[in-house]
Design a protein around this ligand. Sequence first.
Ligand code: SF4
Length: 306
Amino acid sequence: MGQYTYGPVRSRRLGLSLGLDIVPMKTCSFDCVYCQLGGGHRPLIERREYVPSEEVLRQAGEEIRSSGEPDFVTLGGSGEPTLNTAFGDIARKIAAAYSLPVALLTNGSLLWMPEVREACRHMDLVIPSLDACDEETFKAINRPHPSLNLAKIIDGLSQLRETFEGLIWLEVFLIKGINDSDRHCLAFKKLIERIRPDKVHLNTAVRPPAEPSVRVPSRERMEQICDILGPKAEIITPRHKNAGPGANISGEDIINILRRRPCTAREIAETCGTTENEVAEKLHNMVSDEKIVEITGEGESFFKIP
Ligand code: SF4
């Protein structure tokens, strides 16, 4: 794996996907509360060629030759790829050299810029995210660069649909108590009618988010939301395995949550979308192994890293 490539990884949506990381870690126009890269970075909207395109292309070629042809080459990774002024050019050169489809994972924040929509022309698939229907929720979830506003972003998404001939899969990240009410869902429905994506993908946290306060809607609620949004909508968050709802939660996930602040078992369970019982058993084992310590407070115990 090169400095600017990751994978190929198998993904449910894209099949075998070779990722290209074309901006440095946490170079992003948002600072989302659910970001898995951790929070607290300063959002920026300065566009430039953040990494050497020729080296990205060289590493991509090397990976394709050694690992075999992926189903998709995906621009995404550890920040917002449209901040790189060369993202369209990189996609064009990949498509020309290897005849592979190229996907763009974007937070959609810069699609109001004509040059960004123009560069999207070289993609086969654009997966933009849209997590809010009103300015207040947008600021609360995405914590954007101060020059950005939701109306501008929605305009950009609608305009992309007017000119872009490839597929658009709109991704909505749901957070319990923030954007999962019926009111929000009906507003999302209207926006979807305006943006006209080919699909709508509903997602939520499966790994520790930037903010431990991010709570996960139940599977049942996500299914209700899917019904409200109509036939284009589908849930992409993996269904928990039969071993129990917390089967995906690792000790490392718990450590990542506790690195930010001490939490109760209930808070960890809500962050991970699992049951308190499942988390309690893992916490008990981690306390025995001295990886974390338990502090008994008034009524509830807290866990923290020693
Ligand atoms: S848009 Fe993506 S990379 Fe940027 S802060 Fe949000 S989750 Fe993190």
